[in-house]
Design a binder for this molecule. Sequence first.
Ligand code: HEM
Length: 543
Amino acid sequence: MSQKLSFTSNNLPLKLILWFREIDLPQENLATTTATAGALLTVVLTTAFLWKQRSSRKEFARIPTPKGCYPLIGHLLTIGPNRMKKFHQWHKELGPIFYIMTGNKPTLVIADPYMTHELLVTNGRVTSDRFHGSVRHDFGSNKELGLILSPPDKQRNNKRKAVLNALGPRKLQDVSPVLCKEAEEFADMVSSGKNTNPIPYLLRTSFNFILLTLCGERTTSIDDPLYKRSLDMIKTTIKYTDFKYTFMQLINPSLAKIVRPFILGSEADVKQLVFQHYEYTLNPFYLEMIQKALESGEDNLIKALNDDMNQGKRGSYNNLLPSIHDVINAGTDTTAMTIAWGFLILSTKPDAQKKIQQEIDTFANEHNGRLPDFSERSKVPYLTAAQRECFRIRPTTDLGVIHEAAEDFEWRGNLIPAGTFFMANMVEVHMDPVKYSNPEEFRPERFLDKANDSMFASANHKVDQRDQFNFGWGRRLCVGAHLAEDQMFNVWVQTLYKCDIKPALDENGNEILATLETVPPAAGPIVAGPEPFEIRFVPRNKT
Ligand code: HEM
């Protein structure tokens, strides 16, 4: 009765069962033999199970990857010039999550809000690091890193706490009247009824919000030298994070050494340029701001940071520079572009504008002509719902800000290695049909029940209760969300109270519609604002 057992079969458990069934066992030894065989079977099955588990824990074992990965550069060239279009196609072919090689770096691209939450919030302890590329790190002035680039250690957490405190709802309530005035000035400036590209005006308004919060200063027009100087600085800083600089840090280092001189100049040249930008342009500007802020009789963000980080002492402010840098660079473009998308969407939605205007008019009538401020947002629920809907339909950062895994971890049977990038595909996340029914429709009503919740508060909720995800995830959530929301609210209230937003007109008086189809997102490194477009802010006839 010697039976040979072939271990070559794929279906080991089934073979074992068949083998046992065919053995002709003597009756007297049946009990012992059955027990031994049972034990043997358990050992074999457990080994097979553990082996299967182990093999399924291979890197990205259950996560698909698209074709077109080449040595040294990964998928970088396959992605092509329109990354969002390519990602959309890959999500359609491969599902809500896939991995690509961004040069040397494994990268997970995720379209599902629930998976993103699991990866970046539930596993946030290990997935909240940032990319440590050499050029981007040179931006850390005086070798200090700001919030955006710091690793998630104790020092960063302290900085984050200081900025969050200084930008919290209670502190902002104090500056609210100043911020309302700024929004009112924007509405007055654009309400000419003529074709207008709102982006330059919005950028200045947004910059003023930041400047007023940081040190109590403001610029007076888009020709103000202070504004021009600041805009140049922001543009140069953004230039050094654009694709060709980032590309060099992602591809294989030996290949980068060969191609870098042809594309960027030598590594030393680039470092020198960046160093000069910091040393001679940014830092003196920030030091001037610190001076003004500390001399001001009013409370401001820089004073609060100095109190928190330097116990209010005067002298060296090197540790404040990166936080000031981050607040200016992360807060100006983002807020301006979010409002720009909102106005573009509203320009073809007169019915939605009417509903918003009715709410504001009712409030004004009941309050002697005063308009609601951010703390009174529950009185204008359709306005706040429409803002959320515009934000959902056209996210400001198309891929959020990349997180990086600080160490290996396991997720749904996959080993996710240290150094993996996470790109939350904001465009797809906000079109998730489970979270947002009929996601293609513009339907502010879906957010009417959120009127009492701020977007800032909602960003800290569990995934099911979050309204949208534009402020990011977990330990890296945007620290300026509250300021941004306050500003967006004020600009919407003031503008829609004073104007109807209408399409631009051509020389024959025909409407030129600016829509999501005709105005593409500009391909910035992080912020995906609209390409320049024109609409009209026509003073309302309120009689
Ligand atoms: C509508 C406007 C804004 C949008 C859409 C936005 C979006 C974001 C996103 C997606 C992140 C990354 C979150 C993550 O990594 O998961 C972020 C981080 C950040 N934002 Fe904003 N933001 C806006 C306004 C602002 C403002 C006004 C400020 C400053 C006052 C600001 C300062 C920052 C800073 C410092 C970080 C880094 C936080 C960290 O890494 O710990 N943002 N923001």
